[in-house]
Design a protein around this ligand. Sequence first.
Ligand code: HC0
Ligand code: SF4
Length: 576
Amino acid sequence: PVHITINGLPYTVDSTQTILEAATKNNVYIPRLCFLKDVHEEANCRVCSVKIEGQKNLKPACKTLVSEGMNIITDDQEVYDTVSMNLELLTHRHHFECFKCSREDNCEFLDLLRKYSIDNEFSQLYGMFDEENYYYQDDNGVMIIDSSKCILCGRCVSACEKQSGLSVLHFNNRGNKTYVGPALFHSLDDAGCIYCGKCIGACPTGALREKDDIKNVERVLRDPKKKVVVQVAPAVRAALGEAFGYPIGTDVEGKMFQALKALGVDEIMDTNFTADLTILEEGTEFLHRLEHGGPFPMFTSCSPGWVNLLEQYYPEFIPNLSTCKSPQQMAGALIKTYYADKMGYNPKDIVSISIMPCIAKKAEARREGMGRDGYQDVDYVLTTREFARLIKRRGIDFRNLEDSKPFGMLATYTGAGAIFGATGGVMEAALRTVSEILEQKETPIDFLEMRGTQDIKEATYVLQGKEINVAVVHGGAATKAFLENLKTTEKQYHFVEFMGCTGGCINGGGQPVVTARDQETYDVRALRASVLYKIDEKQRMRKSHQNPFVQELYQNFLEKPHSKKSHELLHTKYKK
Ligand code: HC0
Ligand code: SF4
């Protein structure tokens, strides 16, 4: 430890800490913008400038280590003026259209401008960008890079490299023509973007964002000829509250459903229900592979970011991928067939909307084979963020909503369905069912080895006298490492869960953005995951095959897992 003072007060801090870390740990505020712990630590915005006694120039707190006897000033007039000037410079290249910005009430940049009373309307934007580089959409129309809001902090470039392991984003051109995007002359798609959205989660402004579908949803909600059916993903309830000021890790399931009612939707479904259904289809596929000797390992197929990564970077492993559609797409297919039939609706009059913690889900809904007779099974996907914006725009007082729960048959779930949204949850849910079928007796509920935020989790379970090796992998970077190892390892894995985002869907690219400071302060992934495990514990039924409505669906409609009908509706093919 070393002894320092900050603004005249003495502190004893770890010698390996930067000034920014030491100050944050001791509740001293230093502004920051480009710094994102473990992701981007380059000191290029100079917003964290501080004064060190005896040194001539101000130093960036994020990159300067503390040392014995250091006296630091974080907020005198010189520091204040410098930080103000650095912020003001950044405003020159930012297009202020806050009223229509996806980050209107969650913008780290705008917060700083307010804090420092920046008063500058001077913008050099015009003529700065070549038309085609200014506003950038991917081919699927799910992601936008708007350079007019980019302040070139570099957080997204580093997030793509370190979290997705892909390096899709670069700084292109030089000087005041610099912009962030896929390498020159490439589209996002052919640059290999998987739509994990880690870049969006890193962006302190609204430069990177999802393509907003709120307007489309608002329109269908006003169309008297349409029946609007909404499904909500497991992870949404674990993070939506953050957009309304609740602490990270608050379960808002009841208010979430009530908000949907207040919006006037016709029917509410729960993706947790089709998560249970997925376990029966995927579990049966696994048992079939066990009986017929593979191909092993079998890979889960519900995370579209992961499926994108596999198709684009490791197509040789496609035979390992389960043929199951994701729970989102299973729900969509059931809404437009089984539910439509039961209610006597023409499927073309139903608008199926899903609320997802993910932007890759928007592209998944548009994949080939995700519908029939000329309609899509899922018409619109709103991210958790868009859902929160819609609720706010409608003036719904979220915090004062009563709790409610939908009772439709496609809305009942077991604990196993609920934990799908956390890394390891799909595997644990599968093990709860598969072990019981193989052992032909009641088996344990908890598979604790599958939980937690470690990049790669492995375990061996003995089922029916046979050793089954399973693994859980999350995040693009860990996924690439695991697959590279899989090419050469002697170890025989049988079943592997992959999720495109670290932490699984609870940390998806469509969840409320957590400020850099909060990302450093809280274990966001663990807090959100704990919401799902608590929901699981509360359920009377915690194994997917116990879900009475899943059983009923098989009896009345699908017959049995992997029947002809379930193949038609619940399974898919992959691009080679
Ligand atoms: Fe997920 Fe899903 S668990 S991918 O993370 O499997 O997005 O939450 O909805 O579909 O259920 C996301 C979350 C889902 C699907 C489910 C799976
Ligand atoms: Fe990179 Fe993921 Fe962003 Fe695509 S969505 S640019 S892969 S971080």
